[in-house]
Design a protein around this ligand. Sequence first.
Ligand code: FNR
Length: 180
Amino acid sequence: KQTRVAVLLGSTRSGSLNRRIAEHLRDNAPAGVTVDVVEGLDTVPFYSEEIDGDTVPASASSLRQAVASADRVLAVTPEYNGTMPAVLNNAIDWLSRPYGQGAIVGKPFAAIGATPTPYGGKWSHEHARHSAKIAGAVVVDGIVVDVAAVEGDPLTDEAKVQELLGALDALVAHEAEVAA
Ligand code: FNR
């Protein structure tokens, strides 16, 4: 059985370092694992109960479908002003509703990513885990990749690349524990 991992990108920049990380994981995923980078988070309107009714914006429903059909959720995100970027926060909000039945409910979740600053986005990742947990995800403990030690692009550091792939493996393996 293929394990499907939906990646939520916290950056919408075309030159995004975090997109390159996500695409590296996609292109180097182990056998049996399919990584889908969810596109279009920047086209999803800010969550409001007024637009989450009988009709839902197409961009929001395709986000929900992408996560509903996945077995795991991985946020790959930078950090904006000491927290996760609004585009990721908004995605979590859409995935948390209807309350208790959101697409992210029960999904093993992890948050990694990189910034070219000394902290490497650790608050962004902590906050994303916290918010996803409140939204109903099953945050997998211990999946923390510290890229702060790498100047610039962690994809140029083989050890870091292995750590990033290790994070994907740990997220995939988690369900096996629960299921066993
Ligand atoms: C940033 N950046 C940043 N980095 C960080 O480590 N901590 C922070 O609090 C912030 N704050 C912040 C705010 C705003 C508005 C921007 C645009 C940027 C730097 C940010 O992490 C950097 O631009 C990353 O490279 C963005 O990731 P992508 O777009 O390359 O994936």
